[in-house]
Ligand binder design. Structure first.
Ligand code: GLV
Length: 310
């Protein structure tokens, strides 16, 4: 629980600190407070499953401190007339910045370079070469491919363009953007790009959208960047492609079973691993917290919700 959000929740509402309960005590804790609790404040990692929703008969709203709501059982909320809110827009720039940081860091080998200097190896010789980000002046030029051209995907595209990259994308529908090339399937996108960036939301359709076929289409010179959700990628397939040299590298902020990270990835220096920090800046977390509070206040004062999901 983000401390500023906790403070504000405490000063404005009757706050039950579920996260401070040991897992074995949670059912009992919920049972003893079930009549009183009207709102759940959640986040990307915890969500709100059917069990939690069903255990709170007076629940009116789930306000998530996240843009993603893949761990919230929306169907159950809908059936029960429970409102759901998220925190879009305020985190777009941070996640897009991190996507670009991953591209730059993987291609230019920034972390291995840092390790090289710190370990004193520089005194024995130069580091070696890395890969150019802006391929526009190079014959092998291939665009940056973006999976999901929503808010975050578009912000990544804008930034990548500023680095001189051309942009291709795959999404459910084609956008009226003539400078970006659209592919109606992700395999064709992967075949025709050098860096594939996953930035879509996680749904039944996008779960494991990056499978073996997509990874092989991206190929041994390709880089995968994931700032979406771990479950967008078939992780064992990603690991074997990296180990077998069927993929050049990856930059990951998200994993299927966070905070678990597949062990072999920890030993690969062509992979950059971040601990799901896409939106974790002080400024953005404050804005996300304010949005959670604004949604709760609006709901309990019968005003329209600023950022409703349902
Ligand atoms: O992963 C972070 C979010 O969904 O906000």
């Amino acid at each position: 629980m983000y401390s500023y959000l906790e403070q504000e929740l405490q000063s404005r509402f009757n706050l039950f600190k579920l996260w401070q309960q040991p897992p074995s005590k949670i059912p009992e804790f919920l049972k003893s407070n079930q009549r009183t609790i009207k709102a759940v404040v959640s986040n990307a990692r915890v969500g709100a499953d059917a069990q939690l929703i069903d255990s709170l008969p007076n629940l009116e709203i789930v306000a998530s401190f996240s843009v993603g709501f893949d761990k919230i059982d929306l169907k159950r909320c809908e059936e029960k007339g429970i409102r759901v809110t998220n925190t879009p827009d305020v985190l777009t720039d941070d996640v897009a910045d991190l996507g670009i940081a991953l591209i730059l860091a993987v291609l230019r080998k920034i972390c291995p370079c840092d390790g090289f200097v710190r370990s004193g190896k520089w005194k024995d010789g130069d580091f070696g070469l890395s890969t150019k980000v802006c391929l526009i002046f190079v014959k092998i030029s291939k665009p940056v491919g973006i999976v999901g051209l929503g808010r975050i995907g578009s912000a990544i595209a804008k930034r990548a363009q500023a680095f001189g990259c051309s942009i291709s994308y795959h999404s459910r529908t084609q956008k009226p953007l003539k400078h970006y090339k659209y592919y109606d399937n992700i395999v064709d996108l992967a075949k025709n790009c050098s860096i594939l960036v996953v930035a879509c939301s996680l749904t039944d359709e996008t779960r494991h959208i990056v499978n073996r076929e997509v990874i092989d289409a991206l190929g041994p010179r390709g880089i995968l960047i994931n700032v979406g959700r771990g479950a967008h990628v078939d992780e064992p397939e990603l690991v074997s492609a990296l180990l077998e040299g069927r993929l050049a590298g990856a930059g990951l902020d998200v994993y299927e079973d966070e905070p678990e990270v597949p062990d072999p990835l920890l030993r690969l220096d062509n992979v950059l691993l971040l601990p799901h920090v896409g939106s974790d800046t002080v400024e953005t977390c404050n804005s996300m917290a304010d949005l959670v509070l604004a949604n709760l206040e609006a709901h309990f004062n019968s005003r329209p919700l600023p950022t409703p999901v349902i």
